[in-house]
Design a protein around this ligand. Structure first.
Ligand code: BEZ
Length: 209
């Protein structure tokens, strides 16, 4: 066990934070990072964070030299350069762009799901914008349909940046949007997720409500 040299601004409910935590576990780096819990929303920034990240968004990572990096994509890339195992983000070639595009699809699902969560949980019901909520849910459904139709073999082949991101997106849908019932129209994705959610990295990073 090594002494942490970095600090991760963290909240176990954030799927973007979870991606970073899963990568840390998958690459054996979890002991290098101390966790600083943040409680925040778009209307209630975390004071401990805004000096270093005026956007008040997590994850953000303070490095050993005091420098500060964000967002989750930048942090994943940084941490993937700090271990000696196989890279979880391909360094070059068509695999790099494909895996990052699948990861971006998963990030888009998370964006839509988190924005939907904020609209429903933070805004008074009479102010909910139903067409906007439908638009976000449609984005999620379309992205999942594409993954189901085109990406199962790719997701199964490696538990890398693409698979980690999709797994964290699905975990967040289970946490905040069980009403979407995403498994029914996406049985292959559901079977894949059932397998990967048993990985120690996924079990260790389950959201704590
Ligand atoms: C949530 O409670 O759903 C949440 C918390 C932090 C970041 C994103 C989402």
């Amino acid at each position: 066990m090594s002494t942490p040299t970095m600090t991760l601004y963290h909240n176990s409910l954030s799927p973007f934070v979870r991606k970073v935590m899963v990568l840390l576990h998958e690459t054996g780096q979890q002991d290098r990072v101390a966790l600083q819990n943040c409680v925040l929303s778009p209307v209630d920034p975390d004071p401990s964070l805004i000096n270093d990240n005026p956007l008040s968004k997590i994850p953000a990572l303070r490095l050993a030299d005091g420098n500060f990096i964000h967002d989750s994509r930048v942090i994943l890339d940084y941490l993937d350069h700090q271990h000696v195992g196989n890279p979880l983000i391909p360094r070059e070639g068509s695999a790099r762009w494909r895996r990052l595009t699948l990861a971006s699809m998963a990030d888009g699902i998370m964006d839509a799901a988190v924005l939907t969560r904020y609209e429903v949980a933070l805004r008074a019901p009479e102010k909910h914008w139903d067409a906007w909520l439908d638009g976000q849910r449609d984005k999620i459904r379309r992205a999942l349909a594409l993954l189901e139709a085109e990406a199962i073999a790719e997701l199964t082949s490696h538990f890398d940046v693409a698979a980690i991101s999709v797994a964290c997106a699905l975990g967040y849908l289970d946490l905040r949007h069980p009403d979407l019932a995403w498994r029914e129209p996406n049985p292959q994705l559901a079977a894949w997720y059932f397998e990967v959610s048993q990985r120690p990295s996924m079990l260790a990073t389950m959201p704590k409500v």
